[in-house]
Design a protein around this ligand. Structure first.
Ligand code: PAF
Length: 284
């Protein structure tokens, strides 16, 4: 397939996926909410190495936004997105409508119980139920062999991996590294809302994560000492930032750790004015 095929209805996507499967083609899915950046495009490029066809989904999912979070403010650029996907070599884009995804009678949700209680789940209690529900629906529509997600949304990746295993989808679940700006800021659709001053301050988050990793490499195992140093670095480099949390968790289980050992991820969320940024780094 050299041209870009855009499907707008569920039935059209299901038929296309069935046709591809009948022809023996493997499918990789890259679920997105649009406003694509290099992080998404790197997933598409990686998907092309692993599968015959990459289906990028673009759907700004209302059920993962709480009422006070502004769904309407979420950036949208469908024409720009299509151009970028084509340039990256993606072959199919699935862009369903909210009405078809959530018809009036809709009332079935998918929830991952425990992994969703902490970190982002504590700050945004209804968020993950929306994410797991929409991704479950997209899996049923696209029927992928491989699913690609970024480590930038660390908890989301672990929650969706759990869901994929628990619900027995025969899908290879792939988590790819976070793509960053030159100064270390993790790429995110939200970065465009940072004023020049906030943008200058934001890389302090990654600096604090790198310092945490270095402390651990130098032998520090006490999470509270590492956290104190991270707070110092963020306070110095980003005085405007309001830290929601800094957490140290075991990679897959998301269990909090006080003594840093193998497979520990440091993750954080901080507000820069109205823009909430998250980031993480495996520090051991
Ligand atoms: O990471 C995102 O962009 C979204 O949470 C996802 C996985 C596409 C579900 O809407």
């Amino acid at each position: 397939m050299s041209t870009l095929t855009v499907t707008n209805s569920i039935i059209a996507q299901q038929e296309l996926s069935r046709r591809l499967a009948r022809r023996g083609k493997t499918i990789a899915i890259v679920p997105t909410m649009g406003a694509l950046h290099e992080g998404h495009l790197s997933l598409i490029r990686y998907g092309l190495k692993k599968a015959d066809v990459v289906v990028t989904t673009i759907f700004v999912n209302p059920t993962q936004f709480a009422p006070q979070e502004d769904l309407n403010r979420y950036p949208r650029d469908p024409q720009g997105d299509l151009k970028k996907i084509k340039q990256a070599g993606g072959q199919v884009v699935f862009m369903p409508s909210p009405k078809e995804m959530y018809p009036e009678a809709f009332e079935t949700y998918v929830s991952v119980e425990n992994l969703t209680r902490t970190l982002e789940g504590a700050a945004r209690p209804t968020h993950f139920r929306g994410v797991t529900t929409i991704v479950a629906k997209l899996f049923n529509m696209v029927r992928p062999d491989i699913a690609l997600f970024g480590m930038k949304d660390y908890q989301q990746a672990m929650v969706l991996k759990r869901m994929t295993t628990d619900l027995n989808w025969p899908i290879e679940f792939v988590i790819r590294p976070t793509i960053r700006e030159k100064d270390g800021l993790a790429l995110s659709s939200r970065n465009r809302f940072l004023s020049p001053d906030l943008r200058r301050q934001a890389p302090a988050l990654y600096r604090s994560l790198k310092a945490a990793r270095q402390m651990v490499r130098d032998g520090q195992t006490d999470a509270s000492a590492v956290e104190a140093e991270m707070r110092r670095i963020i306070g110095q480099g980003a005085p405007v930032a309001v830290i929601d949390y800094i957490a140290f968790t075991e990679m897959e289980s998301l269990k909090p750790v006080t003594v840093i050992g193998k497979d520990t991820v440091a993750s954080l969320a901080a507000r820069f004015g109205t823009v909430r940024l998250i980031d993480n780094l495996k520090i051991a």
